[in-house]
Design a protein. Structure first.
Ligand code: ATP
Ligand code: MG
Length: 232
């Protein structure tokens, strides 16, 4: 079941002091998943993963990744570019190498955030559960950063129950709004960010209509799209 939770699950918040992040321990899910228990069981590395098709990467992705990195106190945040997205039609998706290059341009020099090619290099369809299993380690905590659209589809993901054991969901939440909470088998924490109504779909549509995409994606990405004649 999915539902808005802002504060609905508050438990012992006044007696709890999070030692790992600044989350304030505002929900029971947070207490169970992200902080003190992880800290106590010897987690020494916290890695956030923002997965997506990035077709193309845009400013919403930049703000999402940097908000998660900062608010979750991550050691590393990986921008995970999907190889062959099984949920999307092949004809609309730019080649993985180009989506990867655009992501590298977008995140170049952003401290702590790395663009990963492990899904692009893997043969066959891309499943997040395989990526999480490859990254998992005894002293590592993995946080999967998801927007509300992705959270709504989470239950249909391949081997969702295995994935739920490997990751904590970092639910992107618009400033001032409640966060969407996945099914109770997932542990989750909120990450707030300003509302940025930008999507890759809109960028592709604007390019196809010869409309400007200035301000929607970093300049280097806009230039890349133009010079390679993508999305026309
Ligand atoms: P498309 O329109 O092709 O579906 P998209 O803009 O949704 O593209 P994806 O690569 O599908 O981009 O998304 C990767 C992740 O980034 C998902 O978790 C998605 O929810 C999140 N995301 C995408 N756009 C935004 C945005 N504007 N603000 C916050 N999160 C976003
Ligand atoms: Mg999307």
């Amino acid at each position: 079941m999915l539902g808005a939770s802002a504060g609905a699950e508050a438990r012992d918040a006044d007696t709890y002091e999070c030692r790992y992040t600044d989350c304030g321990g505002q929900s029971s899910r947070c207490i169970e998943s992200c902080s003190q228990t992880a800290y106590d069981r010897g987690v020494t590395e916290r890695i956030a993963i923002l997965g997506g098709t990035f077709n193309p990467v845009h400013n919403g992705h930049l703000v999402a990744a940097s908000s998660a990195h900062e608010q979750l106190g991550c050691d590393r945040t990986l921008v995970m570019v999907a190889g062959e997205p099984w949920q999307k039609r092949a004809s609309e998706v730019a080649p993985a190498a180009q989506r990867l290059e655009m992501a590298q341009l977008a995140f170049a020099g952003v401290h702590g955030i790395e663009v990963s090619d492990i899904e692009v290099r893997r043969e066959g369809a891309t499943y997040t559960v395989d990526t999480a299993a490859a990254l998992a380690g005894p002293n590592r905590e993995l946080l999967l950063v998801l927007g509300s659209d992705a959270i709504l589809g989470l239950e249909s993901w391949t081997r969702a129950s295995d994935l739920a054991k490997l990751v904590t969901i970092a639910a992107l939440t618009r400033n001032g709004e409640g966060s969407l909470v996945p099914h109770k088998r997932w542990s989750s924490v909120p990450v707030t960010m300003p509302r940025l109504d930008i999507s890759s779909t809109e960028i592709r549509q604007r390019v196809a209509l010869r409309q400007s995409i200035v301000g929607l994606a970093p300049p280097a990405v806009c230039e890349f799209i133009e010079s390679r004649h993508l999305y026309l």
